[in-house]
Design a protein around this ligand. Sequence first.
Ligand code: PEP
Length: 252
Amino acid sequence: MRKNIVAGNWKMNTTVPEGVQLAKEVCQAVSAVESLKCDVIVGVPFTHLTAVREVIDINKVGLAAQNCADHTSGAYTGEVSAPMVASTGANYVILGHSERRGYYHETAQILKEKVDLALQSGLKIIFCCGESLEERENGTFKDVIEAEIRDSLFHLTTEQFQNIVIAYEPIWAIGTGKTATSDQAQEIHALIRSLVADKFGAQVADDTTILYGGSCKPSNAPELFAKPDIDGGLIGGASLKAADFMGIVTAF
Ligand code: PEP
């Protein structure tokens, strides 16, 4: 049985003290829920990982970095490697976010290398994919999503792939207030699951958690999460307030 997951992506927000406070609030709120129907993860800036790890119960709230380097160590000023992330006690890394693909020119090949290094370090990966508005409107969106997944993930073994969570995040819905309709999201989630089934088999596809991301909030999460192939959310803006985030966590 696949897991439901709600993961926060704080992006470049909060100072370390603010982030520690937010993580504490999330962990306390998660601990207070009687029968939690999903795993909860917070995706924090690199600078926050160690401090946040100290205030959360990792069995209740997973900890994700939002990126890692495509090298393990050495002369790469300003970079943070997968082994460094793992050494903080984080257990996940978000890779392939559209902001990283767009602003920092991360290609499928670079992401493939990051995926390999993250898995070698024992991290699980939340791998993002999704189309731009132009790609949605010109009808190429399914090919774009297929290529993003195939070119960075389909070299993995079945065993390795079991450490991958996929997040479908239509770029036109991220931070815009425009959510994909639950039917639009379900269509793509079903497509992703069928691609995984073709490559890794029906059982692996059935066990793969596929998250929706893009202006997800407490008011629209129940309808999205009710769809058969939507197994939770990757949450940006609404993960910055514990109450909003918990409104999504408890939407199942
Ligand atoms: C994101 O960037 O991962 C995201 C889903 O952002 P938002 O929820 O703010 O649209």
